[in-house]
Design a protein around this ligand. Structure first.
Ligand code: SF4
Ligand code: SF4
Ligand code: SF4
Length: 219
């Protein structure tokens, strides 16, 4: 049975606990940052940040500032174009784990030519994977596969203090996502659920997708 995440952004306070927990579990070093006039730091996903909380603001029709938070990560797509491209270039360099549905990368990726790496990166509709030139590996969220195989929750889910995130069987998470959407609509009439058929990370958004960085730029 494939696994899935629910990320209900209407409950996200942008504490960034998930972002840090992801780094800690994967033993990834700190990335030097500087004040750029935004609370989003580092500015983008990178080989040391497999998950980041994105901040996006806009004015509503009454001129009030709306501030949307978006914990961004690999969607573990149902039909992942990254796996199709990688497997064409170097068979076995990426695969979909049969039991969990996690999209994973193997050491064979190191054999890939630069031009094929670029094709794999460009194939992702959500602009997620990042190449680490030092290790010659592609990097992205791995669903905390070691934890999930041991019967534990992914580290980001375990850490979230607001109940924004949940993890479990796909059908169960989909049902929960629809329930949360109905609840969210009471406070946010334009709340929506995005790409539920295509992915295994279900986002409940408080507003239309174009008001979130991930969908404004790449959707
Ligand atoms: Fe691949 Fe991108 Fe889908 Fe993740 S979100 S499985 S990197 S295509
Ligand atoms: Fe990071 Fe694990 Fe969460 Fe993926 S599932 S974003 S690897 S903590
Ligand atoms: Fe949002 Fe939860 Fe991540 Fe905090 S830990 S930023 S509340 S998803």
């Amino acid at each position: 049975m494939p696994k899935a995440f629910l990320i209900d952004t209407t409950r996200c306070t942008a504490c960034r606990g998930c972002q840090i927990a992801c780094k800690e579990w994967h033993d990834l070093p700190a990335v030097p940052t500087k004040q750029r006039g935004s609370h989003q730091n580092p500015p983008d996903l990178n080989p040391c940040n497999l998950k980041i909380v994105r901040f996006h603001e806009h004015l509503d029709k009454d001129g009030r500032v709306m501030w949307n938070f978006f914990p961004d990560q690999c969607r573990h797509c149902q039909q992942p174009p990254c796996v199709a491209m990688a497997d064409m270039a170097v068979p076995g360099s990426m695969f979909k784990d049969k039991k969990t549905g996690a999209i994973l990368i193997t050491d064979k990726f190191k054999d890939m030519e630069k031009i094929d790496v670029e094709t794999v990166v460009a194939s992702c509709p959500y602009n997620i994977p990042r190449y680490d030139a030092k290790t010659k590996m592609l990097t992205k969220c791995d669903m905390c596969i070691d934890r999930v195989q041991a019967g534990l929750e992914p580290m980001c889910v375990k850490t979230c203090p607001t109940g924004c995130m949940a993890f479990g069987e796909r059908e169960e998470m989909l049902a929960l996502a629809h329930k949360r959407l109905e609840e969210a609509k009471k406070s946010f009439p334009k709340a929506c659920l995005v790409d539920e058929e295509e992915v295994n990370v279900f986002y409940v958004l408080a507003e239309e997708p174009e008001h979130y960085y991930a969908y404004a730029s790449f959707g």
